[in-house]
Design a protein around this ligand. Structure first.
Ligand SMILES: Nc1nc2c(ncn2[C@@H]2O[C@H](COP(=O)(O)OP(=O)(O)OP(=O)(O)O)[C@@H](O)[C@H]2O)c(=O)[nH]1
Ligand SMILES: [Mg+2]
Length: 467
């Protein structure tokens, strides 16, 4: 079973469906909503006679299709390349010969033949198919890494320039990164508050290029809002890493705004997934605690009463029925358990194929090896304990502090602000909140320097005065 992911019965049932549907409608490929190992993917393709896409493969395809800028294209290609590398599987062809791909095509690439060595031949003579594939991937990988490095340097320079030049009053322009689950409405919200157009669409990963938009807050202060790539539950770490250059905007931002689709039935899971990714890319605990949580699409909630505020006593969380937009998401519930140990698979299966290069689910060694290490990823792999993390309400008068605890919404925690990016509800409140969040730091600093020094009052002196 581990060699095909599904049991024999399921594989046969799907095969029957595929055959009957194929004659009627024509099927191009089959999507399995799980992460398959290279050998499982190959075996399923053989069994079903169709290309099989798993979760990572599909996300990479979407990233590729949506990438507009050079940066996004580079990152998408890098993710695709690393994925391909993890899928270098040798299969036994119809004639009993080992080869690559369904037909075992292009197996031997040199005059010297397969397996005859070839080290030291610059032309690649004597290379096996595997060696050739590996060499090509390595060459392209190095090229992509150096280009991505360049992209990161450019971003750093741009960030530094933004800080140096500042706003019209000479002040630094703060950056606010808008993060959230894919399809939560981030781009729509950023467009709405900045009155500019950003590409929004009811599809997954509509945005893969980071976009900055300037917004004037009610106080007159200018901020830059950065719209980011959407997150997803079970986002493979390799994709997070591939998009690290983009996600650096999030790590470097002065403030984070977490946009949630309040109508999603799995709102809590989506929140956890986002917090997990934020932890993985190295966002500090302090920034997470300071983060603004926005419940967007409030107009889709049953408890929406027109002014954007819910009658919180009456209706609990969003339900399946009011969630047309969210229903096409890759939901956690849809996921099947999987076993990603390819070596084990090979030992156990042995019959259909052989895994040659096992990088499944782990490119981090690629990314942090050698001199690439400091230039590429500072990945510590730690997760934020988001589920139980509590932001304590120190000051009851501080209306922006949120306590993540059981409330009238059951297990849902309270948002800081509720918005509808489509109808405009809550947008002014969000801008005021940004003002509020960005202001105090300056005030506190000023306060510290302006205050005159006085000797500290000890317990004794105070008692003496009281007497
Ligand atoms: N009803 C309703 N729909 C909304 C709202 N905000 C966004 N949408 C819709 O939700 C869909 C997704 O919006 P986007 O802004 O593209 O979402 P996103 O979070 O940027 O998505 P990615 O870029 O894929 O991560 C679009 O069809 C929007 O029109 C809202 O407040 N109410
Ligand atoms: Mg978007």
């Amino acid at each position: 079973m581990t060699d095909t992911f599904f049991g024999r019965g399921t594989v046969d049932t799907v095969k029957c469906h595929v055959n009957s549907l194929d004659t009627q409608e024509g099927i191009d490929a089959i999507f399995v909503n799980a992460i398959l190992t290279g050998i499982q993917q190959r075996n399923l393709e053989q069994a079903w006679g169709k290309p099989v896409l798993d979760r990572v493969g599909l996300i990479i395809e979407i990233f590729n299709a949506h990438a507009q800028t050079k940066e996004a294209k580079l990152q998408a290609e890098f993710a695709a390349l690393m994925y391909k590398k993890s899928r270098l599987v040798r299969v036994r062809g119809p004639g009993g010969r080992y080869g690559f791909g369904v037909g075992g095509e292009a197996e031997v690439v040199s005059a010297r033949g397969r397996g005859s060595g070839g080290r030291g031949f610059i032309s690649g003579a004597g290379e096996t198919e595997l060696q050739l594939q590996r060499r090509r991937i390595l060459e392209r990988k190095n090229q992509l890494l150096s280009e991505i490095k360049e992209v990161r340097r450019t971003r750093e320079l741009q960030r530094a320039a933004r800080k140096r030049h500042g706003g019209s009053d000479g002040q630094e322009i703060p950056t606010v990164a808008v993060v959230g689950y894919t399809n939560a409405g981030k781009s729509t919200l950023v467009s709405a508050v900045s009155e500019s157009f950003l590409y929004c669409n009811d599809r997954l990963f509509a945005t893969v290029d980071p976009k900055l938009r300037s917004v004037i807050l009610p106080s007159g202060r200018k901020v830059l809002l950065s719209d980011t790539v959407g997150f997803i539950s079970e986002l493979p770490i390799q994709l997070v890493e591939a998009f690290h250059a983009t996600l650096e905007e999030v790590v470097e931002a002065d403030l984070l705004v977490h946009v949630l689709d309040s109508s999603a039935p799995n709102l809590n899971e989506q929140r956890e997934a986002v917090l997990q990714v934020l932890g993985q890319i190295g966002v500090s605990e302090q920034k997470l605690q300071n983060m603004i949580e926005v419940w967007n699409k409030i107009d889709l909630r049953e408890d929406f009463v027109g002014d954007g505020y819910c009658n919180e006593d009456e209706v609990p969380s969003g339900s399946e029925e009011n969630n047309d937009v969210a229903s096409n998401k890759l939901c956690e519930e849809d996921l099947l358990d999987y076993d990603d140990n390819e070596d084990e698979d090979f030992e156990q299966s042995g019959k259909l194929g052989e895994v040659i290069d096992d990088q499944q689910g782990n490119y981090s060694d690629e990314l942090v090896s050698g001199d690439e290490q400091d230039s590429w990823i500072d990945y510590n792999g730690s997760l934020v304990g988001c589920g139980s993390a509590e932001v304590q309400q120190n000051d009851p008068s501080n209306k922006w502090e949120v306590v993540r605890s059981e409330n009238q919404f059951g297990s849902e925690s309270a948002p800081h602000v509720k918005t509808s990016a489509l109808t405009g509800v809550g947008l002014q409140e969000l801008l005021e909140l940004l003002d509020e969040k960005l202001k105090p730091q300056k005030t506190i600093e000023k306060d510290i320097f302006d205050r005159k020094w006085r000797p500290p009052r000890t317990e004794d002196t105070r008692i003496a005065v009281e007497q």
